[in-house]
Design a protein around this ligand. Sequence first.
Ligand SMILES: [Zn+2]
Length: 317
Amino acid sequence: MNKPAFADSLHPISWPEGFRAAASFTFDVDAESCTIAHDPTSTRRMSLMSHQSYGPKIAVPRILQILERQDIKGTFFIPGFTAESYPDVVRRIADAGHEIGHHGYLHEPMQGIDAATEASYLDRGLDALHKVAGIRPVGYRAPWWELNWQSPALLADRGFLYDSSLLDGDAPYRMAVADGDSRDIVEIPVDWALDDWEQYAFYPGVTGSGVIESPAKALEMWTLEAQAHHSQGSCFVLTNHPFISGRPSRAVALEQLIERVKDLDGMWVTTLAEIAGHTASTVQEIHTHARIDVPTFPGAGATFRPAQVRNPEPALP
Ligand SMILES: [Zn+2]
């Protein structure tokens, strides 16, 4: 592996032979689910629903054409409700050889829910993907990237290989699922600067400030980020939403970005599942995360439990 100048020193990784960095293009096919999860009455709004359905109806086919032209595979995170609403779209994505990951059932709000509730969302999402396309995903992305401390163990219980919802690294790593639990899963970190929502999303009274950025600006900032990941040997993960980035000029910019990323010498452009499999089989260190505990009574301060790194027990001969 080339020794990078300013790599993610906490999560060192060697890429497969011939590669010096990795990149993945991911698509969260939220469609109507993220809107309904926030406000069930939003289904009464015909125009708002049409704004969301543009994703599976118009944008996903366009994105699939781009990926085919560019000869790369993407990772599509699909809520169970989207899968049940647009089964043909899900099957078309799978038939084209792309990865399908879990993204909740109805893109449920994740903050403050207990483990049993979260488990029910996971299981309902799994059931939907299986029913619609016979898919058992190995990857999970929490709605709104909002992972809970209980989530990694729930994912391990269900055989998931990786999560892609945390924001504390430039490269994938293995993380312990909980204190005192010997199991681990792979984490492939994300970043709000590599999410199309902040650049483009706007619906009056629902999301966005009303400022819609130029695709040229998004292309510029995402190119810079890809080049930096390439130079430091880490992992570029772009998150796009079809109903946002599948509009005409944005889709053109996305294809230009894919061309630029492919042109970076030694960039491994692949799915998150491939990156996670490589990480699980080559990285030894297992990370825990820092926890902050605040007592329930006021004035008692807070305690900080630092993150740790351990090596797994050597396997018995
Ligand atoms: Zn989402």
